[in-house]
Ligand binder design. Structure first.
Ligand SMILES: NC(=O)c1ccc[n+]([C@@H]2O[C@H](COP(=O)([O-])OP(=O)(O)OC[C@H]3O[C@@H](n4cnc5c(N)ncnc54)[C@H](O)[C@@H]3O)[C@@H](O)[C@H]2O)c1
Length: 388
């Protein structure tokens, strides 16, 4: 079979994922084109991915090309809805980064466009491909901790300045909330492993560290406080350091705590903080027969099934996760291959657009609850016409 010809939308940043679909040894895919609004990003793409690729700043120009079979979308979150709908209308298979969109309605529009097109669709929920997540799922599915009843996930982020507060991520109009931009990963993992979708959500959160006091024109390289400021970033890409993290325009919460009621009766807490000194995700699943928890970040899973006074001493089983190759704990090369399997074999895949929609819908409901001081918000189900 001929190699699948992929066009990249959003050529730099996360768009560097393109390398997994293009190199001289690959037979199944090649990256033949890219679209980006930035000349610099397109130059970087040509230099690092494919110097012979067609590049354009015009989405319709890319989508109208007959030599592009599929597109992979790595643009900022607020672009996904329009670009995915346009891609399906142009008859392309689509890979789109998470979060699927910044509103639940936007996701439903994308799902309808997908159904109408008959093409293939995958969302970049690469955490589903991480070995530590797969191992937790296998342990739960084996029944060793019984029926899962409660889950909590503590998510510590110490790279808030590096990734989220210097640029577009820090504004609600672009992301809705970091419960989507960052939390969609965890909400999706929790839904997947606990075997249900959120039905209702309540939460508290706020903006307690970033934002608040500085003029929007301050940029780290020119800022008079750059030698003292702990959040200054001079070594990151220019695009990521163009605004001060303390600018008054920042309006996404930097800590989000939500409780989720799943449709199968499982209760979940998800706690996210962006100004922690350390980084990591700590998941705990408690079932009727025991509990599991990831330890040492993502390097091992521990399970306890006996009543015990001490978790450390009496953990029954430890599952060490083998070191992986590739970015995001080895997940990126795997999800890239799975997208090709989906197109070539129609193989069902684990990063489902329906689940991605439910992660967004839950994040939106969480943000709504936080912004109305903890009121309970129901998560809208996927409309029947989409599921039919
Ligand atoms: N799955 C993961 O692990 C993971 C990791 C990082 C980012 N992401 C996702 O990838 C997406 C991009 O994030 P990023 O941090 O790389 O963003 P970014 O700001 O670096 O932008 C990526 C690229 O998109 C381009 N771009 C901006 N507006 C565009 C438009 N309207 N049309 C086409 N291109 C446009 C930018 O010029 C840049 O080259 C986000 O949705 C993010 O959530 C996912």
């Amino acid at each position: 079979m001929d190699a699948i010809r992929i066009g990249i939308i959003g050529a730099s940043g996360r768009g560097r994922m393109a390398r997994h679909w293009h190199n001289e040894n690959r037979k199944r895919s090649k990256v033949v084109a890219a679209m980006d609004i930035s000349e610099e990003s397109l130059d970087e793409f040509k230099a690092n991915i494919n110097s012979n690729a067609y590049v354009t700043k015009d989405l319709d120009d890319l989508l109208s090309r007959k030599d592009v079979d599929a597109v992979a979308i790595f643009s900022p979150d607020f672009c996904h809805e329009e670009q995915v709908v346009a891609a399906f209308e142009a008859g392309k298979d689509v890979f789109c980064e998470k979060p699927m969109a910044i509103t639940t309605q936007g996701c439903d529009r994308m799902l309808r466009a997908w159904k109408a097109s008959g093409k293939k669709f995958m969302i970049g929920h690469n955490m589903r491909y991480m070995p530590f997540v797969r191992t937790m799922k296998e342990i739960i599915d084996s029944g060793v901790i019984g029926e899962v009843k409660t889950v909590w996930c503590r998510h510590f982020i110490n790279y808030g300045a590096r990734w989220y507060f210097h640029d577009w991520h820090a504004n609600r109009k672009n992301t809705t909330s970091l419960l989507l931009q960052k939390g969609a990963h965890d909400i999706d993992v929790i839904h997947w492993l606990a075997g249900g979708y959120s039905k209702s959500v309540t939460g508290f959160g706020g903006l307690d560290y970033y934002g608040g006091d500085k003029d929007n024109s301050l940029r780290c390289p020119e800022c008079p406080e750059r030698t003292e400021c702990v959040e200054v970033q001079l070594d990151i890409e220019p695009a990521r350091r163009h605004m001060c993290v303390f600018r008054k325009e920042v309006d996404v919460e930097d800590n989000n705590m939500i409780l989720m009621n799943l449709d199968n009766g499982v209760r979940v807490s998800y706690l996210q903080c962006h100004f922690s000194p350390d980084a990591g995700r700590n998941y705990t699943f408690i079932g009727t027969e025991g509990r599991l928890e990831n330890h040492n970040e993502e390097k091992c899973i521990k399970v306890l099934t006996r009543r015990s006074d001490s978790w450390r001493e009496y953990t029954d089983r430890t599952y060490n996760i083998k070191p992986t190759v590739g970015s995001h704990g080895g997940a990126d090369p795997l999800i890239a291959e799975d997208f090709l399997d989906l197109i070539i074999n129609g193989q069902s895949h684990i990063a489902s657009p329906f689940a991605a929609r439910m992660a967004v819908a839950t994040g939106c409901a969480g943000a709504e609850s936080i912004r109305q001081d903890g009121g309970r918000v129901d998560v809208p189900e996927i409309p029947g016409d989409i599921l039919a």
